[in-house]
Design a protein around this ligand. Structure first.
Ligand code: C2O
Ligand code: CU
Length: 548
């Protein structure tokens, strides 16, 4: 293992898409941002230097951060933001993971332009559990806004309304030919015939779960969230924000000059508005002579499911299984020490006195909550408060283990949609085996929520529609080869059950990875206490940790 050093200079740079030029906050002037490449076992040092007016933090999404929570990155959770003119070096080691993850800004909506791939190669002398691909290509999905997304969310939080939606989806930063004024900004994946390519698919979009498909080509899924899975074939994938999926693309043997469309478009089950557009790229077979005569558009288009295809999504999600072999075992907790039942969903806040609000149900503000608690970010970093024993007045440890307002999640919504505010955490003893069932509420309509847990992978042991039944559903849990991920969807109008072993001491954020839901409060934090061994304790913070 070696140490890899990166410098991320946060700078402004103008980019033009859809004939709109905007000054984007970038890493090293790149959009999307640069690749971070490491081998399993390597230490990574990333010096982030802030040259812009905005406060910045970067999160290494899905990196386990074993006892290195100071490098995790969510603003006001594990660190204060890096202010203008300041620098902070993230220091972490990649342990027991290989595949694709992503890094992204973790403050406000700055992820819209600050994101990039994390590529974790197997250790030297170790191979993939599938045929070595001819080439490996990261494909990042994102969103383009013609206006500043920071202004979009600021305005939405002020008025209480749903935010304006993006103007385009992008593939590697490019909207593609289906949008006005965008044909020249099309991603082209150039391939040779008869080869196997590894596509590292990453959804970095702010607010949209996306379907992805390439015309006339079947993809073989081999890895999700930097964990190998049992390979399976799919014509269309679903990737939620925060999820990564590695797929093999086998190119056809003889197709000189052929081109095919690839599409990514939204899955959306909830209320309100969303960007119902499609981003397209080209799969281009290179001519053996090296001359490409690509002038006309591809003729074949893939067919994406309808935007509200919840049944498709449930079936697709169930196909993921851990490899669970001798080399890559699935260490699924077989027994449970603590069971949690969280309701996740949208609700409302009352409109402040003497103002008018544009949220749902007449003069309210949109809110979102877990167990009816809409999480309020503190103005200092929780991990620091916790580490130095200064939680007083910053956070409490009484996050409810079960819903405080029980109701039938599939039945008639309650009259009262109001949620309460709080900065509440759950405290877990080291090595607690946790089962968490997350039940989507339908208070403001059924909506799917990609829930992300920091500092951990978890096993998705069950999922279903309707109300979770604690007497019946656990008998169908998969405790043998469930998929291991860091982000999993709570199905629209249903539930998901996960298990994890709390073996990583620290303070770990959990939230919906649709940024608008996070901004509305669909977030909370777990505290995992130190273990007995020296390497099971949170070390003191690095000296350059930013101050609030
Ligand atoms: Cu990718 Cu807390 O996020
Ligand atoms: Cu959500």
């Amino acid at each position: 293992a070696i140490t890899r050093q990166y410098t991320f200079n946060i700078t402004y740079k103008n980019f033009t898409r859809l004939c709109h030029t905007r000054s984007l906050v970038t890493v090293n002037g790149k959009f999307p941002g640069p690749r971070l490449v490491a081998r399993e076992g390597d230490q990574v040092l990333v010096k982030v230097v802030n040259h812009v007016a905005e406060n910045i933090t970067i999160h290494w999404h899905g990196v386990r951060q074993l006892t290195s929570g100071w490098a995790d990155g969510p603003a006001y959770i594990t660190q204060c933001p890096i202010q203008t003119g300041q620098a902070y070096t993230y220091n972490f080691t990649i342990t027991g993971q290989r595949g694709t993850l992503l890094w992204h800004a973790h403050i406000s909506w700055l992820r819209s332009s600050l994101y990039g791939p994390i590529i974790i190669l197997p250790k030297l002398n170790e191979s993939y559990p599938f045929k070595k691909p001819y080439k490996e290509i990261p494909i990042l999905f994102g969103e383009w806004f013609n206006v500043d997304p920071e202004a979009v969310i600021a305005q939405a939080l002020q008025t209480g309304a749903g935010p304006n939606v993006s103007d385009a989806y992008t593939i590697n930063g490019l909207p593609g030919p289906l949008y006005n004024c965008s044909a020249k900004d099309t991603y082209k994946l150039k391939v040779k015939p008869g080869k196997t390519y590894l596509l590292r698919l990453i959804n970095a979009a702010l607010n949209d779960e996306l379907f992805f498909s390439i015309a006339n080509h079947t993809l073989t899924v081999v890895e999700a969230d930097a964990v190998y899975v049992k390979p399976f074939e799919a014509d269309t994938l679903l990737i939620t924000p925060g999820q990564t999926t590695n797929v093999l693309l086998k190119t056809k043997p003889h197709l000189p000059n052929a081109t095919f469309y690839m599409f990514a478009g939204p899955y959306f089950s909830g209320m309100g508005s969303f960007d119902n557009s499609t981003t397209a790229g080209f799969l281009v077979y290179k001519h053996p002579s090296g001359n490409n005569h690509l002038k006309k558009l591809p003729s074949l288009k893939p067919t994406l499911p309808p935007t509200n295809a919840t049944g498709f999504v449930a079936n697709f999600t169930k196909k993921f299984r851990s490899l669970a072999n001798a080399k890559f075992p699935a260490n699924v907790p077989q027994t449970v020490d603590r069971k949690f039942f969280f309701t996740v969903g949208l609700g409302t806040h009352p409109c402040p006195k003497n103002t008018t609000c544009q949220g749902p149900n007449n003069n309210t503000k949109f809110a979102a909550s877990i167990n009816n608690v809409s999480f309020v970010l503190p103005s200092v970093a929780l991990l620091q408060s916790y580490f130095f024993g200064q939680s007083n007045g910053v956070f409490t440890s009484d996050f409810p283990q079960n819903p405080t307002i029980p109701f039938n999640y599939t039945g008639t919504p309650p009259n009262n949609t109001m949620v309460s505010n709080g900065t509440k955490t759950v405290v877990l003893a080291f090595n607690t085996s946790v089962e968490l069932v997350m039940q989507g509420t339908s208070i403001l309509g059924a909506e799917s929520h990609p829930l992300h847990l920091h500092g951990y992978n978890f096993f998705v042991v069950g999922q279903g529609f309707g109300n979770y039944d604690p007497n019946k559903d656990p008998s169908n849990f998969n405790l043998v080869d469930p998929v291991e991920r860091n982000t999993a969807g709570v199905p629209a109008g249903g539930w998901v059950a996960i298990r994890f072993l709390a073996d990583n001491p620290g303070l770990w954020f959990m939230h919906c990875h649709l940024d608008v839901h996070t901004s509305w409060g669909l977030r909370m934090a777990w505290i995992v206490l130190d273990g007995p061994q020296p390497n099971q304790k949170i070390p003191p913070p690095p000296s350059d940790l930013p101050k609030c």
